[in-house]
Design a binder for this molecule. Structure first.
Ligand code: ADP
Ligand code: MG
Length: 452
């Protein structure tokens, strides 16, 4: 497998420094070891270049296992070690082992800014992170392909780059290719338009050790491109190369894709990323605030909870909202803490919040529930605990949450200053009742209808 000259030098330098610690006789080290080089890594073979026949025989007969251990230590791979003597090589070693030049996928590259270090782990994404980390320890050996799916903005692309960056860090000589499905389709179209006999794109893809393909759902209905992908995919998997795919749907939900591909995708492991919970969102906010050299304590905690609750469906939007807030913080010469109202105001122009207020409001929900149960707005918002009023109030809270995703804190404020745990309990209660109580579910569906 081709690797660059500087990568080879780095690896070999590390192996030699490890060996130096174990070889007692300095003369032996200087004369036999220090004169060697890493010739190339080819698949499972780690080939060492010696400068004389004597050194070739000496090292291969006496020091094979020490070298094997040192190589394993540095590369975390069980390579089979072999030697080649300089005289036996015709071509110059300077040019050997460099990455072959190619013009494919010029628009795609690994983005070093996406790493495991800056990916916040919570219940919603833990399985995906564990599976991703797992495959970086032994690419191609298990969970192949790894299929990561989720709605947009929940970290699939981030994880894909993190996998690539991590593998490259541990195994600099691995050929890791990150591509988007769009870029793959573009390259394929170019390839078909050009010389059909030219197999260079396919051949190129078959040389990679790790193939990371983002947004594979775009392959739907692209039969010819999918056929080519199927071919490359099978080749890589059957040769023990790691493939990781992301998609906005699970393999079985991918419509318009060849069944053979779907069943191949199901051969490995599929993991789903769900919406992050509030704590995870707060942690994401905290990290991004710190990355901007600010302190989380400069912001009212309830305000951050407000952002977390409003934008938890999409981390990209959560970041957008935070950027607005940071912009605000940096531009306003406030030295004091940014309070909850200011935080709410700073994001009030964001589409997600505007859309919500245009179509449906908490007030309209209260009105509709009141109409249904013949209660006034005051009665619903009051502290009265008679069973029907209490139920109507709980239904209102449930609908505010369910239809508007209104933060619990805010619902509590609307309903006479109740705290957020009371609201949570009320919402849960309605959710549970709905499982068995048909009268309630009829009522709620009629109220929902009246709101449309
Ligand atoms: P997707 O590919 O699923 O649409 P991305 O990977 O592009 O989502 O994520 C959108 C943005 O949110 C990126 O900037 C990413 O860094 C960030 N992000 C998503 N999840 C997390 C997380 N758990 N921790 C930190 N940042 C995250
Ligand atoms: Mg993405």
């Amino acid at each position: 497998m081709p690797i660059s000259l500087s990568q080879k030098e780095k690896i070999w330098e590390s192996v030699l420094s490890l060996l130096k610690e174990t070889i007692e006789d300095r003369h032996v080290f200087d004369s036999f070891f220090a004169t060697t080089k890493l010739y190339k890594i080819d698949g499972n073979k780690f080939i060492i270049l010696t400068t004389s026949k004597l050194s070739y025989t000496f090292l291969s007969s006496r020091y094979l296992s020490s070298i094997e251990n040192a190589v394993k230590n540095v590369t975390e791979t069980n390579y089979s070690i072999s030697f080649i003597n300089q005289d036996d090589i015709q071509s110059s070693i300077q040019t050997m082992g460099e990455e072959p030049k190619h013009n494919f996928f010029q628009s795609c590259s690994l983005n070093s800014k996406y790493t495991f270090d800056n990916f916040v782990v919570g219940n919603s994404n833990q399985e995906a992170v564990q599976a991703s980390l797992f495959i970086t320890t032994s690419p191609g050996e298990s969970f192949n392909p790894l299929f990561i799916y989720s709605k947009s903005g929940l970290g699939k692309t981030h994880l894909l780059h993190a996998i690539g960056n991590h593998i490259k860090e541990k195994r600099p000589f691995y050929r890791v290719l990150y591509i988007t499905t769009d870029a793959f389709i573009d390259e394929f179209v170019k390839y078909v338009r050009g010389n059909q006999q030219d197999e260079s794109l396919k051949d190129f893809l078959k040389t990679v050790d790790v193939l990371l393909v983002d947004d594979i759902q775009f392959l739907s209905e692209k039969n010819k491109t999918a056929e080519m992908f199927f071919n490359v995919f099978n080749f890589l998997i059957s040769n023990g190369k790691q493939v990781v795919l992301t998609s906005d749907k699970s393999p079985n939900e991918l419509k318009g894709l060849d069944d053979r591909l779907v069943s191949r995708f199901n051969m490995g492991l599929s993991v789903n990323i769900k919406n992050p919970d509030v704590d995870t969102c707060i942690e994401i906010l905290k990290r991004k605030i710190e990355a901007n050299s600010l302190n989380i304590n400069d912001f009212d905690y309830d305000g951050l909870v407000y952002l977390a609750e409003n934008f938890s469906r999409n981390v990209r939007e959560l970041e957008g909202a935070l950027n607005r807030l940071l912009f605000y913080k940096i531009n306003s010469k406030h030295t004091s803490k940014i309070d909850v109202d200011t935080i709410m105001e700073s994001v009030s122009g964001i589409k997600a919040i505007k859309d919500k207020s245009k179509t449906l409001t908490e007030e309209r929900i209260i009105e509709a529930v009141g109409d249904y149960y013949r209660l006034t707005e005051e009665q619903i918002k009051s502290k009265v605990r008679t069973s029907q009023i209490a139920l109507a109030r709980q239904i209102c809270m449930y609908l505010c949450r369910n239809l508007l995703n209104t933060p619990f804190v805010q619902i509590g404020k609307i309903f006479g200053g109740r705290d957020h745990s009371t609201v949570m309990t009320a919402v849960e209660k309605v959710e549970n009742l709905l499982k068995t109580d048909t009268q309630l579910s009829t009522a709620i569906s009629q109220i929902k209808k009246s709101l449309q």
